[in-house]
Design a protein around this ligand. Structure first.
Ligand code: OXD
Length: 338
């Protein structure tokens, strides 16, 4: 998630956001945590005024450590896990992103409800995925290189229409990518736990048959959450099943792919290349061999940016539900991990 604040919407009045004020007051506390101060304030400003509550915006672990003991609601991105064991009043954690593997840690009490963001990243990630697929089929890298050398070397682009995209993970993000790919005339095959058919997809395979789905792909995109079940989901066997002309796009999480198997497949050109937005370690260390591979495109975890203005309505709706004792939207099943 790359954070980008949206403008405060009209009608929402800013909440006071000083940790000291919050500690003094008796009001119930919504702790807003984001490592970028401007973002923390932007998210806090967009919380609807709610009687009896105040929002405390924190951008450093030290600030959050002072306020977390009071927090009943945590609205956060990337809060250090150690702080979660110091939150005796915490009842609800609204994550500002889609993936919750860093939230579901032993430090978080099992009684805390966790919600995530869904329904907004799909269109961003569809544009990212298809943009990079078109980068391949339109041979953009080659023509830009030729331009830099003032070389005139005609070669036809390839049509993306008719190519096969394999979408591994058919949650809202995967389905959004699938819809956009179909609109460009691609054949779309999916992989899901159940393998149940999904309208608009040409075929859906169960996870255990993922190698068969990947074998059909000209492009494969990973959109599954990181859980015990999906760690290492794409390894030597799956990469070995792919066509040597196929590209892998990872917008999910680095550890879903076996890193050694991926580097090996890329080095030996077992697959044509990879577009990687996520990594085991982020930022990707400067010495990592992926930086040097000419069949790898690297982006710094930006495929699904969190924009405060897009996430605010989800939080506001959940806050209303929380106060009314109703079911929260996008509540995480902590046993399943998403
Ligand atoms: C997220 C992310 O989880 O961007 O939303 O990584």
């Amino acid at each position: 998630m790359r954070a980008r604040s949206g403008r405060p919407r009209r009608g929402l009045r800013p909440l006071r956001s000083s940790p000291r004020r919050a500690r003094r007051a008796r009001a119930r506390t919504i702790l807003v945590y984001h490592p970028e101060p401007g973002e923390a304030r932007a998210y806090a400003r967009l919380i609807p005024r709610t009687r009896g509550f105040r929002a405390v915006a924190c951008a450093t672990p030290a600030e959050a450590a002072r306020a977390i003991g009071e927090a009943e609601i945590l609205y956060a991105w990337n809060i250090p896990a150690r702080l979660l064991s110091r939150a005796p009043r915490l009842r609800w954690f609204q994550n500002m992103g889609a993936g919750v593997e860093r939230v579901l840690v032993p430090e978080l009490s099992p009684d805390v409800r966790v919600t995530r963001v869904a329904g907004i990243f799909g269109p961003w990630m569809a544009e990212y995925t298809l943009g990079w697929c078109l980068w391949v089929t339109q041979r953009i890298e080659r023509f830009r290189g030729d331009q830099r050398r003032r070389r005139w070397r005609p070669v036809d682009p390839r049509r993306i229409s008719g190519q096969t995209l394999c979408v591994v993970g058919l949650g809202d993000i995967g389905r959004s990518i699938a819809r956009s790919a179909r609109a460009l005339g691609m054949t779309v095959v999916g992989v899901s736990r159940s393998g149940r058919p999904v309208p608009g997809l040409d075929a859906v395979h169960a996870t255990r048959d993922r190698a068969r789905a990947l074998a059909r792909a000209d492009f494969a995109v990973l959109t599954v959450p990181l859980t015990d079940e999906t760690r290492g989901l794409i390894g030597r066997r799956e990469l070995g099943a792919m066509k040597p002309t196929a590209w892998l796009v990872n917008v999910a999480r680095g550890p879903i792919v076996d890193g050694a198997a991926l580097r090996d497949a890329l080095r030996r050109r077992r697959i044509a290349g990879a577009v990687l937005d996520v990594f085991d370690a982020e930022p990707l260390p400067p010495g990592d061999s992926l930086w040097r591979m000419d069949n790898v495109a690297i982006t710094p975890h930006i495929s699904g940016p969190s924009v405060a203005g897009e996430i605010a309505p989800i939080f506001a709706d959940n806050l209303r539900r929380y106060l009314a004792g109703r079911r929260l939207r996008y509540e995480v099943d902590r046993r399943r991990g998403y």
